[in-house]
Design a protein around this ligand. Structure first.
Ligand SMILES: Nc1ncnc2c1ncn2[C@@H]1O[C@H](COP(=O)(O)OP(=O)(O)OP(=O)(O)O)[C@@H](O)[C@H]1O
Length: 230
């Protein structure tokens, strides 16, 4: 899918008038995997939330495969999945299985097909044994795997994941990274502070002070990031 940002500015109320969180960002993101890197507070989450239609630009436009993100939330939800950086906020159903199953509502699947898809997704994310557990009893890392599972089970064409491996142990970090970056996986827009993970993407962008500071091969963008930190 082609994600096109054209002069996107995002503002929020600040103590002395509107604060600019994103400042006239323009780019096209069409690589199978794109890493979004940058310092804390640089605007990475704001940018990805705007692409998912969760944040409304003050000016400029964003289109996903030609569909504007503003005013097309329902259509966007069919093809774009968003994994939040605080996974606890994402689980809404009492049990793990119910939470994953809820994601399939509205897709028109038969009961047996939906149940099979939920079982397969739970197994892929190492959650089978936790299927009947109350979501709120999961550890942070288990909750993060549930958040990703609940998004991927819908088979979105574009997955936007905000630091999806930040709470995982080394084994699960590798499993989830391999899954997200697999050739047959959906297109991925990945916010991360893990430079090894960023380096495995096809492309990277560097956000600095709400602006697009660099874009290109991950190794070049990571080098540009390191220069800004020097
Ligand atoms: N609703 C809001 N109101 C005011 N300021 C906001 C709001 N949302 C975000 N900000 C500010 O905008 C800036 C960018 O935030 P954002 O969450 O996009 O950063 P980030 O690059 O994802 O950071 P991190 O790496 O820490 O997750 C930060 O200074 C943040 O405090």
């Amino acid at each position: 899918m082609s994600v096109v940002l054209d002069a996107v500015t995002v503002e929020a109320d600040g103590p002395s008038g509107p604060a600019v969180l994103l400042d006239a960002v323009s780019c096209e993101l069409a690589a199978p995997t794109t890493a979004v890197i940058g310092e804390n507070g640089s605007g990475k989450s704001t940018l990805t939330k705007a692409v998912a239609g969760l944040v409304r630009p003050a000016s400029g436009t964003i289109t996903v495969d030609g569909v504007p993100t503003v005013g097309h939330a329902k259509r966007l939800r069919r093809s774009v999945g968003f994994v939040f950086s605080n996974p606890g906020a994402q689980a809404i159903m009492p049990t793990v299985r119910e939470d994953v199953a809820l994601s399939l509502r509205g897709l028109g699947l038969g009961r047996a097909e939906a149940a099979a898809r939920v079982d397969a997704a739970l197994a892929e994310h190492g959650l089978t044994e936790l299927a009947e557990r109350a979501c709120q009893t999961l550890s942070s890392g288990q909750m993060q795997r549930l958040a990703l599972c609940s998004v991927l089970v819908r088979r979105p064409r574009l997955v936007i994941a905000d630091e999806p491996t930040s709470l995982l142990d080394a084994r699960h970090r590798r499993i989830i990274a391999d899954r997200l970056l697999a050739p047959a996986a959906p297109q991925v827009l990945l916010v991360t502070h893990d430079m090894d993970l960023a380096a495995r993407c096809e492309e990277a962008i560097l956000v600095k002070d709400g602006r697009l500071h660099a874009r290109g091969r991950p190794e070049c963008v990571i080098a540009a990031y390191e220069e800004t930190l020097a």
